[in-house]
Design a protein around this ligand. Structure first.
Ligand SMILES: Cc1cc2nc3c(=O)[nH]c(=O)nc-3n(C[C@H](O)[C@H](O)[C@H](O)COP(=O)(O)OP(=O)(O)OC[C@H]3O[C@@H](n4cnc5c(N)ncnc54)[C@H](O)[C@@H]3O)c2cc1C
Length: 803
């Protein structure tokens, strides 16, 4: 062991080894893996070793595809056997809804360019896996690139690849303490203290403790997981091929061949947490005693699906633990305020995702940014609220037991809720608010009468008419929406303006004005779709997407300059927005301020009295109407709601929720983050370049954005589509075709209640992006005609917003 390394990786499981492999592959050779026991001694040694193509987040699915590429080449590259069995895999559906979902998922795969998948009939499933009974199976999806590996072999191969380029692996050497010293880290280990510029927490089952070494309480917990391996099965012995990797989503089991027997794993509903504060330090190559009562039901379904197994003896039971985060995705990346400390933990499926995690983290450490959009894995997708023990317990438990359970797009899950509620929560619930959740906050999605129950569906919801009515009321008179679910950051200090001018790519607003402001990363890709307010008294606000609070704050603070203070004031400053043709008249009844166009034009902002409240008001509307965002302190939120409801009666005002907002913003072709805008996209392809101030000599990402502008236009461009769909609307990532050729995909969709059309926004090849171009799109697996609409099909000139 040397006394100094550029990077010290804590943990020699599959993830730590992959990080070392990728760092050295990309040129950082001075790397050490510090391992408490021996390589693989955490979850990695006893994993079932399966890998699948499916993931609900297409960006993560792409990284899984990358991992499968790496697994395929690792043995050749290192000479270390990895026991790769690319058997192919079948995911099958036993309910009509699940079958519909699978057909839709198949289309999403096509969007991702994963072409080696196809749908299968029950007969085809039987031919590929003769030991299955296909009774009750509606159909399945085959993927070529699924199978299993030897887990120990893979970890050793990653480590060997890293060693071949100069990395070291020091086993039997637990990291005891991490101390920040002189711009780097002092790493106290059992074999002595070393220094390192960077430390990576790849401690798997012990990630919680290695987080606490630097004051972090990571949202992660281990849970128990069972699989069994049978003795040889005569029906398998008789085959001259290997049965594929099988996933029975409705039966909660996965199965694969293991020699001439089968391995069957169970995601039981009755889950069990294990050492929530991290594994004991002396936990080694141990197994947890099997808990068969807990998995009895799922096991019975599994055995009835493969009757031959009922006659086979069980060779081995494995009950092991591995880590889960609230949404089941890894925790990757840096944390603001702890420089040089990186996370690569919470990886539930290390053999499936470890390659992508290692690659992305190595790129991030070396180049300052990963190539892929890995927001879904970024530790900054969580805030401090997610460190709460009970929140972690509920969320990880829910994720585990629902791992194979289908979640419908309009379904609300129970865990960790309600956690954060706006002050007017009870009043709004009284008014019929039905709640969704964003970053731990309850947000109103629509309003319905007491007793109404929304039925989970992949198609149009039975809440459709309520949303339609909210849209109608807003477009005809005035609607009221809670805006607690928008983020707000206050920027002050002598250099506030100068800093803002560098951090956003758009022109800054003059005093008393607001402006839309794209924010770019150093690579010229999108980092935010923000609104900047200049209140005229030296203070500025930035407003954006609520759930990006930690992510944006990390960016702001990482790029902070002398003389600037940026504060996330989203918990303190909340509000309501009113929108619709009567909203000026309505607000005039509550204020003596001059609301005329001359005094408060479109995109104007001012402090004014609204009833009893001293409010900060911006004249803008996310639904494309004359509208006002009324910001108040959290303590005034109830009062504001009561006032708006009372005063609104004269104007026929009513509540609307985020579902109606989504419908109306689609009609205006207003993009939103995570859909039309994300960090993998550029200003040119999303039309965000309209808001860039090209006269500004300097802003983050300028050079790259200019390069895009001067170069070839992006292959794809954002458009709005009308879709001939009667009973279902697009939700996102559905493929779009022109004459049978895939030319793009949906970014978001919904029903435009005011214009009476099923709408979608989509990224399509430029030669199919002209108004009137005819296309096809798959909605819930069914092909429908689609047509490119002019941008902003509702009120294209924006006259209503400027009224
Ligand atoms: C029963 C079971 C079945 C599974 N099946 C699959 C599957 O089919 N496919 C799949 O992809 N995944 C599967 N998994 C999950 C998979 O095992 C994990 O995702 C993966 O092993 C996580 O790897 P890791 O490197 O993050 O953590 P770990 O394997 O836990 O490695 C962490 C390492 O860090 C070391 N360490 C911790 N703290 C310190 C310290 N302070 N100092 C030094 N070293 C330290 C530990 O000793 C350990 O070796 C399964 C898991 C189980 C238990």
């Amino acid at each position: 062991m040397k006394s100094h390394y550029r990077v010290a990786i804590v943990g020699g499981g599959v993830v730590g080894a992959s990080v070392a492999y990728h760092l050295t592959k990309f040129g950082w050779l001075d790397v050490v893996i510090l391992e408490r026991s021996v390589l693989t001694a955490g979850s990695s040694w006893h994993a079932a070793g399966g890998y699948h193509a499916l993931n609900a987040d297409p960006n993560i699915a792409s990284l899984q595809a990358y991992t499968i590429d790496i697994l395929s080449q690792l043995e050749r590259e290192t000479g270390q056997a990895t026991g790769l069995h690319m058997t192919g895999g079948i995911t099958f559906a036993c309910t009509p809804d699940r079958w519909e979902w699978l057909q839709a998922a198949y289309r999403v795969f096509q969007t991702m360019g994963i072409e080696d998948v196809r749908l299968m009939t029950p007969e085809e499933i039987k031919a590929a896996c003769p030991i299955i009974t296909t009774e009750g199976i509606h159909g399945g999806m085959w993927a070529d690139r699924e199978g299993y590996i030897d887990t120990t072999g893979v970890v050793q191969a990653y480590a060997k690849g890293a060693r071949m380029r100069g990395a070291e692996v020091i086993e039997h050497n637990r990291v005891l303490e991490l101390k920040r010293r002189g711009g780097g880290w002092e790493v106290v280990t059992e074999k002595g203290t070393i220094s390192a510029e960077h430390v990576v927490n790849a401690a798997g089952l012990w990630a919680k403790q290695v987080g606490r070494m630097v004051g972090l309480d990571l949202p992660v917990s281990p849970l128990e997981h069972h699989y069994l391996v049978t003795e040889s099965v005569p029906e398998i012995e008789a085959l001259d091929f290997e049965v594929p990797m099988m996933v029975d989503l409705d039966g909660f089991t996965y199965a694969r061949q293991d020699q001439k027997g089968m391995l069957v794993g169970i995601y039981e509903i009755n889950h069990k947490h294990w050492n929530m504060d991290g594994a004991p330090w002396d936990y080694g190559f141990d197994l947890i005693a099997p808990d068969l009562d807990r998995i009895e039901n799922e096991l019975a379904i599994g055995f009835s699906r493969y009757p031959a197994l009922e006659r086979a003896g069980i060779k081995r039971w494995v009950n092991g633990a591995f880590t889960f985060t609230p949404d089941g995705n890894p925790l990757v990346g840096p944390v603001h305020g702890i420089p040089g400390y990186w996370l690569a933990c919470g990886v539930m499926a290390g053999f499936l995702q470890g390659g992508g995690v290692g690659k992305s983290l190595a790129e991030w450490m070396i180049n300052g940014e990963p190539v892929a959009d890995i927001y879904g894995m970024d530790v900054a997708r969580y805030g401090a609220y997610a460190s709460n023990r009970d929140y972690i317990r509920q969320m990880t438990g829910q994720f585990y037991s629902r791992r194979f359970v289908m979640t419908y797009p309009n379904e609300q899950l129970w865990a960790g809720r309600p956690l954060r509620t706006c002050p007017a929560y009870d009043l709004m619930t009284e008014s019929g608010a039905r709640w969704g959740v964003s970053w731990g906050l309850e947000v109103p999605i629509y309003f319905a009468p007491k007793g109404f129950t929304e039925i989970p569906t992949l198609k149009r919801s039975n809440a459709f008419e309520f949303v339609a009515e909210e849209c109608r009321r807003t477009r005809d008179s005035v609607g009221i929406i809670d805006t607690t679910g928008f983020s707000r950051y206050e920027v002050t200090g002598p250099n506030a303006e100068k800093w803002l001018d560098r951090i956003v790519a758009g022109r800054l607003p003059k005093p008393g004005r607001a402006r839309l402001a794209p924010m770019l990363s150093h690579s010229g890709r999108l980092k935010g779709d923000l609104t900047v307010f200049n209140w005229g008294d030296g203070s500025w606000w930035i407003m954006g997407s609520y759930y990006l609070r930690q992510w944006h704050m990390r960016w702001f603070l990482d790029n902070l300059e002398e003389g600037v203070s940026v504060r996330d004031i989203s918990d303190a400053a909340v509000g309501f927005a009113i929108a619709g043709p009567k909203s000026r008249e309505f607000l005039e009844t509550l204020t003596t301020a001059d609301l005329s166009n001359a005094a408060l034009p479109f995109l104007g902002c001012a402090e004014m009295d609204v009833g009893l409240i001293r409010a900060k008001v911006g004249r803008l509307s996310v639904v494309g109407e004359l509208g006002y965002e009324i910001n108040c302190s959290a303590l005034e939120h109830r009062t504001l709601y009561r006032m708006l409801k009372e005063a609104g009666e004269t104007f026929g005002a009513g509540d609307f929720g985020f579902n109606a907002m989504n419908s109306m913003r689609l009609e205006k072709s207003f993009g939103i983050w995570s859909r039309e805008f994300m960090q993998g996209y550029t200003p040119g392809m999303t039309r965000m370049d309209r808001w860039i101030d090209w006269q500004k000599p300097d802003f983050i990402g300028r050079e790259k954005a200019q390069g895009e502008r001067d170069g070839e236009p992006s292959k794809q461009i954002l458009v709005t589509l009308e879709i001939e769909a009667e009973d279902a609307d697009a939700t996102g990532y559905e493929p779009i075709w022109a004459h049978g050729k895939r030319v793009g995909y949906v970014t978001s969709g919904g029903y435009g209640h005011s214009i009476g059309k099923s709408l979608a926004m989509a990224l399509v090849d430029r030669d199919h992006a002209e108004e009137g171009d005819e296309l096809d799109v798959h909605i819930v697996g069914v092909e429908r005609r689609a047509r490119v609409l002019p941008n902003s099909p509702y009120d294209p000139t924006g006259a209503r917003m400027r009224a």
